[in-house]
Each structure stands twice: as C-alpha cells, then as structure tokens.
Design a protein around this ligand. Sequence first.
Ligand code: FUB
Length: 338
Amino acid sequence: GFAAKPSLAQSSTTKSDPDKPKPLVSHIYTADPSAHVFNGKIYIYPSHDIDAGVPEDDQGAHFAMRDYHILSMDNVNGKITDHGVALDLNDIPWAGRQLWAPDAAYKNGTYYLYFPVKDKQDVFRMGVATSKSPTGPFKAEPKPIDGSYSIDPAVFTDTDGKSYMYFGGIWGGQLQRWATGTYNASLKTDLEKPDEPALSAKIARLSNDMLRFDEAPKDVKIVDKDGKPLLGKDHDRRFFEGAWMHKYKGTYYFSYSTGDTHFLAYATSQSPYGPFTYQGVIMNPVKGWTTHHSIIEFKGKWYIFYHDVELSGKTHLRNIKVMELTRRPDGSFETITP
Ligand code: FUB
C-alpha cells in the first residue's frame, strides 16, 4: 500500500486545482526541507520520514528516521533528482536514534551537513558531516559538536563571512531540559511558567573550520512591538522549533514554527543575535501536526519550502512542497494559506 497511495493523492490534487503546490517527490516521504542555492542550483536537505513501527508519543518517538537523502533541481518546479543516501545513522559513531531536521552550509571548497540525533543516552546533540559535493556522501565527525544540544540546526553565513548556527526545539526537541544550563529531564514541554518569558532558540557562532561552536550558545530573544518578551503562554507567537535565518536589505529575518499552534512566524532585527521583533505569520497551519520551512531567494524571487501530509494523512510521513512568497516593498511577507 505504501507505493500506491502517493500517486492516487497526487492525481486527484492535479484534477481539482492545478495551481496548488504538489509534493516535490512521492517515491519517499520527506520533511523539514532546508533549501540552499549552491552554484546556481537548488539543493534540498530534508528529513527522510519512514514508518519505523515505533508507537506515537508526545515526545515524537514515532519520528524514527534513519538516513538522509539530498534532492536537487535546476529550477523551481523543474525536474527533481534524488541523490540517494547521503548519510546513514549506522555511519555516525555516537548516534542512538532519530535523525531529525538537518541543514547544510558551504565554505572553502567543503560542504557541511548539520544534523540532530539522539546519542546513546537518548539526549539530542548536533553532529556535523563533510563532503566535497553538495549531494554527499557525507562523512560524520567522530563526536557531536561540543556544547551542542536539542534539535533543528539552521546555519546562516552572513555577508561578512561569519557563520552562525540557530537551533533548538521544545517538547520532544528537549530544549527545556537545558534551561538551567545542565541537562535535566524533568521538564516535559517548556518552562511550564506561562507568565515568564518563553524559552528562546539558541545561536552560536561557528569556528572558521565550521566544525565547532566558537562561543557558548546565546538566547535568540523575541519581543513584541513594545519591546516586551513573548511569554510562555503566548503559544500563537512564541518559538517552538524549526528556526531559519535569512537576510534581506541589511535586516535579519528569524523565522520558526510555533509548534502546538502550527504557525510559521517571523521576527526581525538589525543584528544576527537579535533581539528580534515579532512581525507576523508567514504561513498558516498545514495538514499534519508539524510545520517546518526554509526560505531562499532564487533568480530574483523568494520561495518557501515546507511540508504537509498530503500523501499519507499521517503526521510522521510527510512530503515537501515549495511556494513563492510575496514580499511587500517594506520587506514584510504576505501571509500564505497553504
Ligand atoms: O522531523 C522531526 C521533527 O519534526 C523536526 O526536527 C521538527 O522541526 C519537526 O518538523
């Protein structure tokens, strides 16, 4: 039944609404697409969803992914190529389970694949793997990045050449377990203090060789238009997971998922470190529990890569899609309803 469902779902979509975005691939399930333009081509670094038969729980155990496939395309909506397995869980010496949302970067002739995976103690850490090709195969470093934790790395290289990793995810992503600086598994969801500032994503500058944190991770603070921090109870706006960073006309755009309320939201700053001022929603909820995106500029247009569950109807078997974004003259985004 695995193979038959996707094509059925796809053809019915095509008939009813030809303009609706279609899954970019249907031979495998994909999610969390981190898109990049390298050498004039689009490369997508997604999660590779599988049904591993692990029962669903509120910490996301059913997201039990075991490898990564990298996809590429010459044009948006053009032919898409699956370059096969780029990195396998078995080839990461320290990894336990659950290869979650990755990202990639390029510097000085090397491509870097950043990935979160639980170590053998079931604690999420960030790993890095290198290749001379954007499509891999990638070779993992023998140990996780020192001082790393939680999930969803997004690596951004600024116009001055400095690179930063934004990361973190609450609930199953374990960010709340690090709230005191050391690992403490007692907090399940977030800080559990609704009237205090919400947990923040983290940022750390990367070393020149891209393999280490060059500083202790700092908070990515999000404030409202009056400069007040978003609170723990503000589920419609506060950070949950799935960070992304892009720069447009000198302004830094930090975008992310609000998780349990399923929005892709954004906030802006004049510094890569923030604080970021909340601006609004880029994309309303998709079908499925998770929502996760990336934003790129390609040939003068802006695109959002995201996922939903059109092919499977199951929250852990997702499919990636792409849509054009409308940027207003002041840099803000029109809200998309997928
Ligand atoms: O794909 C597993 C997790 O689900 C990701 O790391 C989160 O962002 C969410 O999409």
